[in-house]
Design a protein around this ligand. Structure first.
Ligand SMILES: [Zn+2]
Length: 361
C-alpha cells in the first residue's frame, strides 16, 4: 500500500512511499567489523518531511531525486521519528516524477541546533544588523548580517533581500544552518517564512556545563577554574600588516611594517563536568587586567611582558571564574572564545544558578 510521510509511525510495516530526497549526506563509521559508510538526510512529500538514515542506498541517488521506497522501517531517534533504509529496502528512482514537498520545520532553541537537521525553525531577537550589497544577474541585491538571540544563546543570521527590525522578535521558518570556521550560522532566503512574534524573556547569563557545549553556540557563559595557562600568551608583539605574532622587533615577511603590542591568552578551564580549551583576546584581557589602549603603546608601554604574565597568572589561575563568549568547534573538538572574564562572586553566582533553570527543549 502507498502511504504518505505524515502517516508513518513506529508501527508502519509493508508500506510504500514516494518521496523526494531533500538532502543526502555521507558519514564514515568505524566499528570492530571494520570501516563503512552510511548516508543520512531529509526526505518528504506533499504531507511533510522526515529525517532518514540509509545503511545502504544505490550510488546513483542524489539529493533532489524522487524515489519509491518499499520495506523500510520507522523508529524514534533523538525524540523524533526517523525512516531507516537498509539492504532489504527497495529504492526505485522515479526520474520523471515531480513532487511538491510540504516543508515542516522542527522548532529549535539556538543551543540545540546541529547539522543533523539543516532546515530549521528558530525564534529570537534581531540584533546588530549590517547591510552589504552584492551583485546577482546584473542586479544589486542586499544581504543583511545580524545576530539572532534566544534564551539559550545566539547565532549569526544572514538575510537575503529581507528587512527585519532590530530589537524585535521573529519566528524564522525554514532557515538553513551551516558551519563556517567552527561557528554555526543561519541563512534566510526567499523561501524562508518570517513572521514577527511576541518578545520573550532573555536572560542576562546563559551558563552551561562544559560537557553540554559539544556544538557551536554564541553568547553563552561557562564557569570553572583555570588549570593550565599557555606560556606563549600574554603581552605579545604583532605585525601590523599580517597580524602574525613576531618574536623579533620586525616581521620576517614585512620588515617595514609597524610592530604593535597585543594581548592574547590561551588556557584550560575545568568545571567538574569536563575541561575545555579557551582563548581570550585584547578586549577581554585589557578589561581583566585594567589596561587601556595607551598602556600598550609600543613607544612607551606602561607594562611589560613579565608583568602581564604575572598578572594573568594571578587573575586567571586557581580562582573561580565566569567566562562570557562563544563555544566553537576547533580541530581538536569544542573550544571557547572568551569575550569577558570575570571573577565569580555571590551576585554572579546567583545569576548563573538562575540561568540553569532555563528549560532546554
Ligand atoms: Zn607580517
Amino acid at each position: 500500500m502507498t502511504t504518505s510521510v505524515d502517516k508513518l509511525n513506529e508501527q508502519t510495516k509493508n508500506e510504500t512511499v514516494v518521496v523526494k530526497i531533500l538532502s543526502l549526506r555521507e558519514k564514515e563509521t568505524k566499528t570492530e567489523k571494520g570501516e563503512g559508510v552510511y548516508h543520512f538526510g531529509m526526505l518528504g512529500d506533499a504531507s511533510g518531511t522526515l529525517p532518514f538514515t540509509a545503511w545502504s542506498i544505490p550510488a546513483t541517488i542524489r539529493a533532489g531525486d524522487v524515489v519509491e521506497l518499499k520495506n523500510f522501517s520507522v523508529k524514534t531517534y533523538n525524540d523524533s521519528l526517523r525512516l531507516y533504509i537498509d539492504s532489504r529496502t527497495d529504492v526505485v528512482l522515479r526520474p520523471d516524477d515531480k513532487l511538491d514537498v510540504k516543508r515542516v520545520y522542527r522548532d529549535y532553541k539556538i543551543k540545540n541546533l546541529n547539522l543533523r537537521d539543516v532546515f530549521v525553525s528558530v525564534s529570537g531577537l534581531i540584533k546588530d544588523p549590517i547591510d552589504k550589497t552584492y551583485e546577482k544577474d546584473g542586479l544589486e541585491k542586499t544581504v543583511t548580517h545580524c545576530t539572532l538571540e534566544d534564551d539559550t544563546g545566539s547565532i549569526r543570521l544572514s538575510l537575503f533581500d529581507r528587512k527585519l527590525a532590530p530589537g524585535r522578535y521573529y519566528k524564522i521558518d525554514g532557515a538553513k544552518l551551516s558551519e563556517y570556521k567552527g561557528r554555526y550560522r543561519l541563512t534566510a532566503g526567499d523561501k524562508t517564512q518570517i513572521v514577527e512574534v511576541n518578545g520573550f524573556h532573555l536572560p542576562e547569563i546563559r551558563a552551561y556545563d562544559l560537557n553540554e557545549l559539544q556544538t557551536p553556540v554564541d553568547s553563552v557563559s561557562i564557569s570553572g577554574v583555570v588549570v593550565f595557562l599557555g606560556e606563549k600568551g600574554g603581552l605579545i608583539s604583532r605585525c601590523s600588516e599580517c597580524r602574525k605574532t613576531v618574536d623579533d622587533i620586525r616581521c620576517p615577511d614585512h620588515p617595514e611594517a609597524k610592530i604593535i603590542l597585543d594581548l592574547y591568552a590561551y588556557f584550560t578551564i575545568e568545571d567538574g563536568t569536563g575541561d575545555m580549551q579557551c582563548n581570550a583576546g585584547r578586549a577581554a584581557l585589557m578589561e581583566l587586567l585594567g589596561l587601556k589602549d595607551e598602556d600598550l603603546n609600543i613607544e612607551k608601554p606602561k607594562t611589560s611582558k613579565a608583568e602581564v604574565t604575572r598578572q594573568l597568572t594571578e587573575k586567571l589561575m586557581s580562582i573561580p571564574l565566569l567566562l562570557d563568549g562563544d563555544a566553537v568547534l576547533g580541530t581538536n573538538g569544542p573550544s571557547f572564545r572568551a569575550r569577558m572574564i570575570r571573577r565569580m562572586d555571590d551576585a554572579l553566582l546567583k545569576k548563573v544558578m538562575e540561568s540553569y533553570e532555563v528549560d532546554l527543549q
